[in-house]
Every structure is written in C-alpha cells, then in structure tokens.
Design a protein around this ligand. Structure first.
Ligand code: COA
Length: 135
C-alpha cells in the first residue's frame, strides 16, 4: 500500500496537494525537484488510487505530507510517518509545521513529536514550529 512515487503519479499528487494546501500548493516543478533529490523517499499511499503522499530525506526530515481530505482520520498519515521511523538513517525525525496548523500539530504530537523551537517567518508571513522525535 505504501510505495515509492513514480512520475506517472504526478497528476494525482498535484490534485491532493491543491486540496490540502489551497493557498500555497507545491507545483509540478517543485515535486519534480523533490523527486530528483529524494528518489527513494518520496512515498505514496495507494488503495485503488493514491490517497496520500509523504516526502522525506533519507536522514529523517519530513518535507511534506498530505492525505486526500475524503480519507483523513483513517490512519493513512500515521502509516506514512511510521514508514519514516522505519527507514530513516538518522537518530531524529523532524518537520516544520505552520503555527496555525493545529490539526497537524496534534497529529505529530500523537506520533510522539515534541515542539523544539520556532523558525520566525519560515512561511513568509507565518512562523513554523520545528517538531522533533527520536527514531
Ligand atoms: C495532517 C494529515 C497528513 C493527517 O493525516 P490523517 O491520515 O488524517 O492522519 P491520521 O488518520 O493518521 O491521524 C492520526 C491521529 O492524529 C490526530 N489528528 C489527525 N488530524 C487531526 C486534526 N485535523 N485535528 C486534530 N487531530 C488530528 C488524531 O488524534 C488522529 O487520531 P484519531 O483520528 O483516532 O483521533 C492530514 O490532515 C492532511 O493532509 N492535512 C493537510 C496537509 C497538512 O497539514 N500537512 C502537514 C503539514 S506539516
């Protein structure tokens, strides 16, 4: 159900992205660059169709995650993050989360992440929490 992204998945990922981040979605070029930099750690969750994705670095930096809004709260995001715990080569997993994205903060806290710092204006006008967990 969780497998590595291929370029044939791009259109569906862009669809999920547009729904998850309507104000600032990553575009095709950004995803193509992410795929080039993280060819084995750009993951998709598939069950008939792709329902979610997660990109991370091999060391454990979660770059982006999104689940189709119609399929949230079914454990898909948790399964994707657990795959990072399983495969990361580093001792820490970390992610930046918008200060206003309280849903994602609760999601990561439930997975054992703690807020370890703030990066001012990480998202231009908005601060980010850095959330960290050991592997
Ligand atoms: C954050 C996100 C990836 C979570 O995916 P998901 O598949 O719905 O997560 P799960 O079903 O595995 O959730 C596990 C637990 O996290 C918590 N949680 C998840 N989403 C939550 C929300 N919006 N509000 C409060 N708690 C939430 C709940 O405790 C949940 O368990 P429960 O459903 O039994 O109560 C998804 O909401 C999403 O795509 N959001 C938009 C994109 C985004 O914000 N990405 C993160 C950027 S850093």
């Amino acid at each position: 159900m969780i497998r590595i992204f291929t370029t044939a998945d791009m259109d569906r990922i862009l669809e999920i992205e547009a729904q998850a981040f309507p104000k600032s979605p990553y575009n095709r070029r950004i995803f193509a660059n992410l795929h080039r930099s993280n060819p084995t750690t750009f993951l998709v969750y598939e069950e008939g169709e792709i329902l979610g994705y997660l990109v991370h670095t091999p060391e454990g930096h979660i770059i982006s995650i999104a689940v189709d809004p119609r399929h949230r709260r079914k454990g898909i995001g948790t399964q994707l993050v657990r795959e990072v715990f399983r495969s990361s080569t580093g001792e820490l997993i970390w992610v930046e989360v918008r200060e206003t994205n309280t849903g994602a903060q609760v999601f990561y806290e439930k997975l054992g992440f703690l807020k370890r710092g703030v990066i001012p204006r990480y998202y231009c006008t908005e601060d980010a929490y850095v959330m960290v967990r050991s592997t």
